[in-house]
Design a protein around this ligand. Structure first.
Ligand code: BGC
Length: 417
């Protein structure tokens, strides 16, 4: 078969964010930030307090870091050496499966699994005292650095009995149950906060931290409250979804929530493409593409025919590979442009009427790190939005920041305890 050219063009148009849209989205995001700072109900940003500010870089000591919230759960032992120096002494990672994160699972299943991993990371030593920092990558409300309560699951996680609970209490219970009383969870931070702590431990001039991975979210240092605010920007709603976004949303675990995240993050881009394929083949195909497939399609046009054949059992014509690559590129470029518009809205807000200062935006995540077209699309959008000021802002990959940030937060918490 060969796809209808007009339909292809129409689909690509649906994913375009032109310069005018981009400016509008950045301005709307800034407005939501302003509303959020005034605690107005009409903002779509949660602006959650983290109870932590930027580190001094002098934090030292050995801490356990638990990183939960993406595809894998990781526990590391990290030695902070001060002067922005650190060493990962040990690291254990295991993939999360439906046994832990689907509605079949409950809080015990999940936290017992995590406690087992912690036990492995401390070499089953039940006497040495360890302080543990926990990067928990979901919207949580807290009144101190310890007592983060999960507001609502995102990224299609549905484990029963965790929403509304203090996650470190659940963790403590599981640790105690296993006789691990020497590990003391002392802090919980969002992964965006972890990335900001980690990068600013090593580089000054970093005030914004972001995750661009399975999920998406951004945090920043808000001077008026003297702490980092987790925006939960994946929940930004002032965007116009296209018909594919609407279909994805209606089938998701939490319809009408996390609009930005569902338009940009790794958990959803493959799914958007799957919905597009249903329309192109004009049938409900029972197949899910992942963001790794998208990355392969952009990088290896010559393999697209085989991929479609093996995944969908469909033959496509010669020109169709290029059409598919163009659609995937449009999905990815839209994602990067939307994310950048939110960064710029935030920079405008932080800067106010002053001059934009030279700064890094710390980003971690597989989409930022590995997806083709993302970095150049971010730069292009910065140029469009910031003109000559674009030179003052760059993005820094903070690979592993979720772990280091957790260790830094444990150092800060145990110093103030
Ligand atoms: C969560 C955020 C998290 C982001 C990246 C979102 O789904 O709500 O808390 O920072 O994913 O992991």
């Amino acid at each position: 078969m060969s796809f209808d050219k007009e339909l292809i063009q129409n689909i690509i148009e649906e994913f375009k964010v032109d310069n005018e849209n981009l400016q509008e989205i950045a301005a709307n995001f800034r407005q939501d930030l302003q509303l959020g700072l005034k605690q107005s109900e009409s903002t779509s940003l949660k602006m959650l307090k983290s109870y932590v500010s930027l580190p001094s870089g002098k934090e030292i000591g050995e801490y356990l870091a638990l990183d939960f919230g993406g595809t894998n759960v990781r526990v590391s032992k990290i030695k902070l050496k001060g002067n922005g120096q650190f060493e990962v002494v040990k690291k254990i990672a295991k993939p999360l499966t439906s046994e832990h994160i689907s509605s079949k699972a409950n809080a015990n299943d999940l936290f017992n699994f995590i406690a087992e991993l912690i036990d492995e990371a401390i070499d089953f030593d039940h006497s040495t005292k360890f302080y543990l920092g926990h990067t928990f990558s979901f919207p949580s409300s807290q009144t101190n650095l310890y007592n983060a309560k999960l507001i609502v699951w995102t990224k299609e996680f549905t484990t029963a009995g965790v929403e509304g609970k203090v996650v470190n209490d659940l963790l403590k219970e599981a640790l105690n149950h296993k006789g691990i009383t020497n590990v003391e969870p002392v802090s919980v931070i969002n992964d965006t906060v972890a990335v900001l702590l980690s990068t600013s431990y090593q580089h000054t001039d970093t005030f914004i931290g972001s995750i661009y991975a399975t999920g998406h979210n951004t945090c920043y240092l808000e001077p008026s409250v003297g702490m980092i605010l987790n925006l939960e920007s994946g929940g930004f709603m002032k965007l116009t979804p296209n018909r594919f976004d609407l279909e994805l949303d209606s089938k998701s675990e939490k319809p009408n929530e996390q609009r930005l995240e569902k338009m940009v993050s790794g958990r959803y881009m493959g799914e958007l493409f799957s919905i597009v394929m249903n329309e192109l083949f004009n049938e409900k195909l029972n197949c899910k593409f992942t963001s790794i497939d998208l990355s392969n399609i952009i990088e290896h046009e010559e393999q697209v025919k085989n991929l479609i054949e093996s995944k969908l059992n469909k033959q496509i014509g010669e020109e169709d590979s290029k059409a598919i690559k163009d659609i995937v590129s449009a999905i990815v470029i839209r994602s990067a442009r939307l994310v950048t518009a939110t960064y710029v809205g935030l920079i405008w807000q932080i800067t106010g009427s002053k001059e934009i200062v030279n700064q890094h935006i710390a980003i971690d995540g597989s989409v930022y790190e590995k997806m083709p077209l993302v970095k150049e699309s971010i730069n292009q959008a910065f140029n469009e939005l910031l003109d000559e000021d674009a030179i003052k802002v760059d993005t820094l990959l903070d690979n592993g920041g979720s772990g280091l940030g957790a260790a830094i937060s444990a150092a800060i918490a145990s110093a103030t305890n």
